[in-house]
Design a protein around this ligand. Structure first.
Ligand code: GLV
Length: 325
């Protein structure tokens, strides 16, 4: 009997190199932008697909997984995978992959850039110039916080947290961190990083608090009204992890009420929606979840996800697929 060619559903357009690679091994359907952010669309389509390459905005729920009769692997085009019900996938014998490592440097660069944009008021100053308000060099205009000698408190000292910390060190910042467990003494030493076992203590002692942890039940609303009150009033919050790690309404209040001095936010609680009070808040740079958005990185993400799919479809042993969860 002729072997069936497997079917792969890619939920959104991704770099062509990955699609070409997948097409060498499978019949590939590519969804339109946003099409499969809708659970029902996904349930109705996934039924006979062998593999799913999805986005962090694709809700891969238990219902979706149960509707998929042939599914062998879900590969997320992202390192974070809180959009996938991993437990249900495991129960159903469906493998799950993510894309660690390949986006670490892009995210480290981005976090540093976002911090600079907030502390040096890039967006605010640019708007001022575009509005024709720049009438000459001002000794007191757009003064921001210098980074040298300040403390960067990192919540979640994984790959991306470390990449940010390395960059911040070259700007002369001191590094403190909070993590489920201490990182190795080699890493601590290379970053001159101090472990702080309580997030409250970290918040009190940081000039910049950066969220680099995954979204889990434990980290949901980790940063809330209570924590904002502990942060120094000159401090800045940076979030490039997941929106729900922060209570977005409390963040808007903290910015409006000047409980903290500013924020750089790339992720939101209910993407693509942004809390209306946050849109009007002062001293914050709000970006549409673009930390890993470089040509090089998005191509690498696509290839890593696609390779996991092809490996599973070819029956390779799990130990040869480094990015299975
Ligand atoms: C992006 O947010 C990712 O998890 O890769």
């Amino acid at each position: 009997m002729a072997q069936q060619i497997p079917k792969v559903l890619v939920t959104e357009p991704i770099p062509e190199k990955s699609l070409a690679y997948l097409r060498e091994h499978a019949v590939v359907k590519v969804g339109a932008k946003g099409e499969f952010q809708n659970e029902t669309n996904l349930i109705n389509t996934i039924t006979d697909y062998d593999a799913l390459l999805c986005m962090l905005s694709t809700p891969v729920t238990k219902k979706v997984l149960e509707a998929a009769q042939n599914l062998k692997i879900v590969a997320n085009f992202a390192v974070g995978y809180n959009n996938i019900d991993v437990e249900s996938a495991k129960t159903l014998g469906i493998k799950v992959a993510n894309t660690p490592d390949v986006l670490t440097e892009a995210c480290g660069d981005f976090a540093m850039g976002l911090l600079m944009a907030v502390t040096r008021k890039f967006n605010e100053a640019e708007r001022y110039l575009r509005e024709g308000k720049f009438t000459g060099w001002e000794p007191m205009g757009f003064l921001g916080m210098e980074l040298r000698g300040k403390t960067l408190g990192i919540v979640g000292m994984g790959r991306i947290g470390q990449a940010f910390a390395h960059r911040a060190r070259t700007f002369g910042m001191n590094i403190a961190y909070h993590n489920r467990s201490k990182v190795s003494s080699e890493i601590e030493h290379s970053l001159n990083a101090t472990y702080i076992s309580s997030i409250e203590e970290l918040a009190k002692n940081s000039d910049v608090l950066s969220l680099n942890c995954p979204l889990t039940n434990e980290t949901h609303h980790l940063v809330d009204e209570k924590l904002f009150k502990l942060m120094p009033s000159h401090s800045i919050l940076i979030n490039i992890s997941r929106g729900p790690v922060v209570d977005e309404s409390a963040l808007a209040d903290a910015l409006h009420g000047k409980t903290i001095a500013g924020a750089g936010i790339d992720v939101f609680e209910n993407e693509p929606k942004v809390h209306p009070d946050l849109l009007k808040a002062p001293n914050c740079v709000l970006l549409p979840h673009i930390a890993s958005a470089t040509f090089e990185t998005r191509e690498a993400i696509g290839m890593l996800a696609s390779k996991a799919i092809v490996s599973v479809l070819k029956g390779k042993h799990d130990s040869n697929i480094p990015n299975l969860i």
